[in-house]
Each structure stands twice: as C-alpha cells, then as structure tokens.
Design a protein around this ligand. Structure first.
Ligand code: B3K
Ligand code: ZN
Length: 855
C-alpha cells in the first residue's frame, strides 16, 4: 500500500486532545479475511480545550461498514488516514460514537495492528497500530478503560485485563486501568499455557500464564522464573506491585521487534521466551531474563504512567531499560553487566550519534515514529537516568521515584514532569541537565593533568560535534567518577564524582606524596568519549591494579585498540606489554571468568572503524580485518599454554544450568577455544561440537570451525538435527553469514536467501541473514560493493510488505560517511536507488532521506 506524502510531526505543535474517552467497548468477530470490529466509544469534550472542536479519529486501511453518533448515522466519509466528525455535528456534552469496520488480518504483512502468525491472531499497536483496527483517537494521551468481547472458534481468546466471562466461541475481558490504545492487545489461537502463581507483597494472588503453541510448553520454565524474579524485584526495589488478577504472556513467531508490554497481556517474539539448554545459548537465557523483566517493569513505567506524546518515548523506554539493567545486575554480576551494556551503547548508540541519524534522547520532530525506537532513546535514555542518579544520590533517586509514582499515576507525562519530580524531591536545579534530553551527539572529554608540590590537577574540556539540525552544543553537566592510584598499586583516593558543568574545568587533589595514576570515568559514569593520552605501561598498570572493574576492563580494551590501530597503519606486530598484561589477566583466578572472557575478546571491527574515524582517520575495513586476524593469531600463539589450560579447567561439570557463574566459565572456555582453533586446525572444536550437550557449546564450537573454513560437516549435522526448530535454525543461518570471509560474504548471504527455509516474511529469519550480513563489517564493506547492493535489493523488496523492519535494517548504511570516497559513492548510490523506488513507505523514505542528509 502506498503512503501519502509524509508529514513531519513537531513537538512544538502539541495540542491536548479535543475529546477524552470515558469508556471503550469493542467486539471482534474474527475471520482471517474479514474480521468485523464493532466499537462503542463514550466521548466527552476535553475541559483542557474549551470551545467546540472537530473530532479527528485515526483510521487506516479500514473498511467502514457503518458509524453513528448517539445512534444517528454519520455522513462524513473517511480519508486515507482517518475520519473527521465536524464540531457542528457533535453534541456539546458527552456522546457515544459507534462504528463497525472490516479488516483482513491474514493480509496484514506489516505486522502492525491485527495480523496473523501461523494461524494465530495477534496484535501490535505501539506506536500507531490501533488505527489499523478501528477508528479511534490513536494517541497516548487519550486513556480509557476497555471492555473487549472476542468471538471465534479458536480455543484460546485473550485480551487485556481480567477475564469477565467465556463460553463456546466467545470470551469477554475488562481492563479497569485506563490505558492508551497503543497498549491494547488481542490474541486468539490454538495455544497451551505454562502456568504458575505469584502472591504480591500485599497478598494479591496473581495467575501467571505463558501461552505458546502446543509442543512448546516445555520451553517456558526459564521465562516464568524470570517473570517471578522480576515481580519480586520491583516490589523490593521500587515498591511496585502488580495490579490485576492475571498476567499473560504470549509467544509469537512473526514479530517486528523483541516484545510488547500490552497491559496484562505481553506479547513476545518467541525468541525471547522459549529456551531449553539444548536450544538456547547462555546469551539467549540472559536476554530472555532481561526482556521478560523489561516488559513487566513497563506495567508501572509506561502503562500506569505513560507518555503524553511520542516525543516523550524515552520517559518510558529509557527508564524501563535503566530498570531492567539494574535488575540484571542484581541477578548477575554487576560489573560484567556494566561492560556488556557499555559495549552495546558504543556499538549502537555512539554509532548512531556519530552519523546522519543522530537525534536527541527526546527528539523534537519525526515523520514516522517507529523510526525513533532507537539506541539513543533506549540505551542513552537509560544512561541519562544513571547520571541523574549519580548526581542526586541513591536516596534522592528513591525519593524522586516515589514522588513520580505518587504524582503521576494515571497520567500521560512528559520529560518536564519527570525532571520536576527530581527537582522537587531533591531541591536540585536540573536546567542544565535537561540538555542530555534535548541535545544530540556524544561529548568528547579531553583530559590533561598536572602534578606539582603534592597537588594533582585534572583538567577537562568537553566538546560535542554538530549533529543534524543542531549546530550549537552548549556544555552539559557531566558526572565524572574518578579514583586515584599510587604507582605501587594502592588506591589513594576512592571513587569520587566530579561534576563538570563548564566547557573547560579543572579539579585539584591536595596532599599527594607521589604523582598518582588516575582512573577516570569509573563504571562509565557518563556516555562520553574519553580522550586522554596514556602510555601502554600505564594502561597495563590499570588493567592490573584498578579497583574499578569497569575501568580495569577498559584499560585492557584501550590497550588492544592502540595495538590494533598501530597494526592497521604499519602492520606492526603487537608489543609485549599488551600480550604480557593479557596473559596475567587471563590467569588471574581472583577475576570472574565472565570478566576474563570479555577482557580476552578483541575490539570489534566496527568499533575500530568508529574509533579510527573519531580520531580523524578514514577506516579501511580490509586493513582492520587483516590487522585483527593477525592480532588474534598473535594472542593465540603468545597465550597458548594459558588458553590450553583455560579450555580444560573451565569445562563445567554436571548438567547444564543457565546461571551466570556457569555461563561465565563457558564464555571463557569458548573464548579460549576460538583462539586455539587458529592453531590446532580445529581438533578441539570438532571434539567439542560432537560432544556438546548444550547449545552454547555446540554453537561456539561450530563458530570456531566456520571461522577457519572447516564448518561444512558441522553445518550439515546441525541442520539435520535442528531442521524442525525455527529459532535454532535462525542461528544456523546467522552464523554462516557472520563467519563468512569478506570476499565470500555477499555470495554466502545470497545463497542463503535462496535456501528453501529462507522465509523473508518472517522478521527473525530476514534479520538472521540480511541483518547478520550488515554485522560482518569487512564483508559488508567489501570493495566490490556486492553486499551493499544485495541489502538494498532486499530492503526495497521487504519495504512493500513490512516497512518497519525494512527501515530498521536500513541503518546498516548509517555509517557511510566514515569510509573512503569509493565506498561512500557506492552506498550513496544504493540509498538514492532505494529513495527513488516508487511507492516507498514513509518508514524507509524518512530513513533514506535522513541518511542522505536531505533534511
Ligand atoms: N514498547 C515496545 C516497542 C514498540 C516498538 C514499536 N515500533 C517494546 C519495548 O520497548 O518494551
Ligand atoms: Zn520498552
């Protein structure tokens, strides 16, 4: 379907709704090609908008059968985006709007609104999918209680809230909590439940169900455990209890993203629910725990308090990511979790912030809001809350959050409301802090130092490069956590948070006997790029002695980056500082194995490209690849005895459990295996592959074999074993693409798109091949441009059926300005080709326009 000429929506144009909704009744008569939706909506004029106003109802791709106001049929006709009821035709006071529409869920390939996934009906309404179900003021600041009746012969019929009645062919649900339409959900299918119970702190009994296809009910125990841990954690940590008698989760195979927090009826991509030791990796288990928690936490941060408009998206997303990160760090190792979160932040958000798609945590304009569910809104949004907490302290944070829940329960709130509760609860002025929400770009923090007469001075300078639409970048308040170490390794100053508010600012520490070694930006206290000249000896010293686990890891990381950067330039072999430091760290049994695994991992190629570009160089993907391969081999050779012993000692005895301790050991063992496979021709990996009793080790061994080009047999046996499991087969597709050599990548990906099991309409499978292709840095940026062309071909094809997923994957091109003129020319040409496609969606249209820098 063609979209109309796209309109830009501006935050500055916000107006409260003309009418409020007091109550909604919906009846669904489900049929794949012709579902009837009957609605009865009680409207009342909004006192916040005095005077008589037209009522605009959103509605897209709806077949209008009939509509009436207080029983009188309306004469207005819908246009392509909705229906306007002229003020003159509306009563002065409350009235009831009724309508009957017809929709075709089986033809809905966009996976927005009501659609079908393998014979099951399900919905996705955030952000603006409800308007594809019926006519409604589809905006988050219109909140109402919903009554829903579902008529269908399917055995399981679900909607939000509590079940009010059911019989053969029907079920009725009532959600007493007023909610915006984006939180509406409906599911109907032949499903079975994995059930449990939870008793809340105040004694409410909650029935918990995870609904899946018959045959999958044995794969839900981990997700259920995670849900119960999340419910308890939110009571203990934020004082938030669940507020309905039933909590349902449904796993769906065709889903555009990870999961959705619909009130009382969360809908999940099955990938983030189903897990058994033999089908899911340790990383999968960790992600399931995090996403189950994330969606559950939205019940308070998102549902009970929602967003006034979509510009405020970070109000619920940044906060909820912050909450799920804190939950995971309480459940697991906090320091390892922090390393993982920063790796993601740099890989996705810094990348976004440094290119044409840079936007503030709270954007002020959009064409298609689905394009703003970004790493900036989510991950940087979470970092901003972490900074706020370190500025106001633990107690201040708790007081502010209590006030937020008290003051805004039931509201559709804004970032101004959010900051105001912090100001009121702590007395702190947050005017300058607000820039973190309104200004895009990653500040670069340059550090210089001076030591004389026992006085040690750290001087900082902050600079943020211009971003699209924002040329001025006034200084922000930056919390810089600093500790000082003596040259003998003792800490002379434990962590202290310096508050930088000026463009340039110095901080002095008195009474030091010797020049200290600073540990700056501990625990990554602000999302900035730290620029400080340092010697390899000093980095090795911090890797050995820093008491802050994050900075300890960071020291090893920057050491590796320095080594790699030199190797890229002059092919130099890695120096002994790095290899010795790495050996000592790998052998240090006082360190968590998961930490050691991360410290042994080399910086990714994309990370190196980002780093070189930020340092004013043009990254050469082929040179980065070659240098990284060479470094990996050098590490393998230099650490061979250590790695051999780690591969043996880190084997976890007994049956598989997904706990963080065992997972950390497996991660370290697999890291050792990956290096050793470069030396032993694959002997260990083959053995491990054939003996593996869990997916983590099976997949890790297969990856090692593919890496040295010896994976054919493993691939074949893996495919035989897992042919019937879609989620496991996604991994089979992905791994071949990720491990393809740069020259073979495009052809490997193309061949896989012709595989009988390549279902391009399933987002998981599409991403498993084309998303993975973009993640293979040297292959994607191969000088032939073949991968660029292949991706563009597929985006154009997918855009016609699923614009949201196409637009999301187009971000593979967002880094184009980093590279040389030839690559820039090729990518620009692909973006222009996409842009010129007739009937291009608003989603992909906006993305290509922004990436091309057309405004
Ligand atoms: N709120 C949903 C995301 C909806 C995305 C719409 N394009 C999941 C989440 O963040 O929890
Ligand atoms: Zn969320």
């Amino acid at each position: 379907m063609k979209d109309e000429t796209p309109q830009t929506v501006h935050l500055a144009d916000y107006l409260p709704p003309s009418h409020l909704v007091e109550d909604v009744r919906l009846t669904f008569r489900l049929a794949p090609a012709s579902t009837r939706v009957l609605s009865e909506i009680r409207f009342t004029p909004n006192p916040a908008r005095p005077g008589a106003h037209d009522l605009r109802l959103d509605g897209e791709a709806l077949g209008l059968i009939s509509a009436a106001v207080d029983g009188t049929p309306i004469t207005a006709l819908p246009d392509t985006t909705g229906l306007t009821l002229p003020a003159a035709t509306l009563p002065d006071g409350p009235f009831i709007f009724t309508a009957e529409v017809e929709i075709a869920p089986e033809d809905n390939t966009r996976l927005e609104g009501l659609y079908m996934s393998r014979a099951m009906y399900c919905t996705q309404c955030e952000a603006e999918g409800f308007r594809r179900i019926t006519f409604y003021p589809d905006r988050p600041d219109v909140m109402a209680p919903f009554h829903v009746r579902i008529e269908s012969d399917l055995p399981v019929l679900l909607s939000n809230g509590d079940l009010k009645g059911e019989g053969p062919g029907w079920a009725e649900w009532h959600d007493p909590w007023p909610k915006p339409s984006y939180l509406f959900a409906l599911v109907a299918g032949d499903l079975v439940a994995h059930s449990d119970r939870f008793t809340t702190a105040s004694g409410r009994e909650v029935a918990l169900n995870i609904w899946v296809r018959p045959g999958d009910e044995g794969k839900c125990a981990y997700a259920m455990g995670a849900l119960k841990r999340a419910m308890k954690w939110d009571e203990e940590t934020y004082g938030r209890e669940y507020d309905l008698d039933i909590f349902n989760i449904v796993a769906v195979d065709d889903f555009n993203m990870g999961a959705m927090e619909n009130k009382g009826l969360n809908i999940f991509n099955s990938k983030y629910v189903l897990a058994l030791p033999e089908t899911a990796t340790d990383d999968d288990f960790a992600r399931i725990e995090a996403i189950i928690a994330h969606e559950y936490f939205h019940n308070w941060t998102g549902n009970r308090i929602t967003c006034r408009d979509w510009f405020q998206l970070c109000l619920k997303e940044g906060l909820t990511v912050y909450r799920d990160q804190s939950f995971s760090s309480d459940m697991r190792s906090a320091s390892v979790k922090r390393i993982e979160d920063v790796l993601t932040l740099r890989a996705r958000q810094f990348r976004e912030d440094g290119g044409p798609l840079a936007h503030p945590v709270r954007p002020d304009n959009y064409v298609e809001i689905n394009n703003f569910y970004t790493a900036t809104v989510y991950e940087k949004g979470a970092e901003v809350i972490g900074m706020l907490k370190s500025l106001v302290g633990e107690d201040g944070y708790r007081k502010a959050l209590d006030l937020y829940f008290d003051r805004h329960d039931g509201d559709a709130a804004t970032i101004e409301d959010w900051l105001k509760v912090f100001e009121d609860a702590t007395g702190r002025d947050l005017t300058q802090f607000k820039r973190w929400y309104t200004d895009a770009g990653t500040p670069r923090l340059t550090v210089t130092e001076d030591f004389r007469d026992g006085r040690y001075t750290l001087s900082f300078k902050q600079e943020t490069a211009p971003t699209p639409g924002q040329s001025e970048k006034p200084p922000r308040v930056i919390p810089i956590a600093v500790g000082l170490l003596n040259p003998n390794g003792d800490e002379v100053l434990p962590t202290q948070v310096l508050e930088m508010t000026e463009a340039e600012q110095s901080f002095t520490f008195e009474g030091l006997a010797t020049r200290p070694v600073p540990s700056i930006l501990r625990n990554f206290s602000a999302p900035v790029v730290l620029d400080r000249a340092s010697t390899p000896e000093e980095r090795a010293f911090l890797l050995a002695h820093d008491t802050d686990p994050f900075n300890k890891w960071e020291a090893g990381r920057s050491l590796a980056k320095d080594v790699l950067a030199r190797m890229v330039t002059d092919g130099a072999a890695p120096g002994p500082d790095y290899l010795d430091a790495l050996t000592r760290m790998a052998r240090d049994e006082a360190l968590d194995p998961a930490f050691r695994a991360y410290a042994l991992r080399l910086p990714s190629e994309d990370d190196m490209a980002q780093t070189l570009f930020a340092a004013g160089r043009t990254p050469d993907p082929a040179a980065i690849y070659a240098a990284r391969e060479k470094l990996a081999l050098a590490v393998a050779e230099a650490l061979r005895p250590t790695l051999t012993s780690l591969h043996e000692t880190m084997a976890v005895p007994g049956p598989y459990t997904p706990d963080p301790r065992a997972a950390g050991q497996r991660a370290l063992r697999l890291q050792a295996l990956a290096y050793l496979t470069r030396l032993d021709g694959g002997a260990r990996a083959e053995k491990q592959f054939s003996e593996a009793s869990n997916m983590t080790e099976e997949l890790g061994a297969m990856a090692a074999l593919l890496m040295i080009g010896k994976g054919e047999e493993a691939l074949a046996s893996f495919a035989r074993r897992w042919a019937a499991d879609r989620l496991v087969m996604d991994k089979w597709f992905t791994l071949q693409v990720l491990e393809a050599t740069p020259a073979a990548l495009a052809e490997t990906a193309r061949r896989l798109t012709e595989h009988a099991e390549f279902d391009w309409k399933n987002p998981n499978r599409f991403r498993a091949v084309l998303g993975a292709m973009a993640a293979n840095h040297a292959g994607f940026h191969h000088a032939s441009g073949a991968a660029y062309r292949l991706l563009a071909d597929w985006l154009i094809k997918l855009d016609g059926i699923n614009p949201q997923t196409a637009a999301r994957l187009s971000t593979a091109f967002e880094t184009w300005r980093r590279y040389d003129a030839d690559r820039q020319g090729m990518i620009r040409a692909e973006l222009a080709r996409i842009r010129a496609t007739p009937g291009l969606s608003r989603d992909l249209g906006e993305m290509t326009q922004r990436m091309l820098g057309e405004g």
